[in-house]
Design a binder for this molecule. Structure first.
Ligand SMILES: [Zn+2]
Length: 173
């Protein structure tokens, strides 16, 4: 797939952005993707806050895994996909721009996605990636925040992910 911007290089960065009340996908190459994110971050566009948290910017897996060996690369990919899912859910329900996804919304998006993707193997699959409870999803989210890949609001804390569902009942095998 070629970059939407320069139409020259391969697109390796996939950004989901809220434009008006719609989700727009951009597929950008390394160069254009960096420009886009830098511009958004420096306030040249006001879209950074509406960039989907966990938008498929490339996750530096080696770095993530080196700083926290509990979770696999798949765990990060899955949480990223769950974030998109949660925002799409919100958009479908309220037709408003999802400015912020709560921990509870994310957990629900992740649960739906796991069951859809893996059925009765959902819990075992997540376990294989180092995810055993909702707090693990929270740890991954905050690892992404720490790596500056996700933005968070002041009020976001890891406790948002405590007291979520129990994996045994949420993922029947
Ligand atoms: Zn490009």
């Amino acid at each position: 797939m070629l970059c939407n911007q320069c139409h020259e290089r391969q697109a390796t960065i996939h950004i989901t952005q809220v434009v008006g009340d719609k989700l727009a996908k951009r597929d950008l190459c390394e160069v254009c993707g960096k420009e886009f994110v830098d511009a958004a971050k420096s306030g040249m566009t006001n879209s950074f806050e509406s960039l989907i948290r966990g938008s498929p910017l490339q996750i530096p897996y080696e770095l993530m895994l080196a700083s926290d060996s509990r979770y696999t690369q798949e765990a990060y990919d899955f949480v990223r996909a769950g974030l998109e899912r949660a925002q799409q859910n919100r958009l479908r329900r309220s037709q408003t721009v999802p400015a912020h996804i709560s921990g509870a919304e994310l957990l629900e998006g992740l649960r739906e996605l796991a069951i859809e993707s893996f059925g009765k193997r959902a819990k075992a699959t997540l376990n294989g990636w180092g995810i055993f409870k909702c707090e693990d999803f929270g740890e991954i989210v905050f690892n992404l925040v720490a790596a500056d890949l996700l933005s968070k609001q002041e009020k976001d804390t890891k406790t948002d992910f405590q007291g979520g569902y129990n994996f045994d009942t949420a993922f029947p095998s």
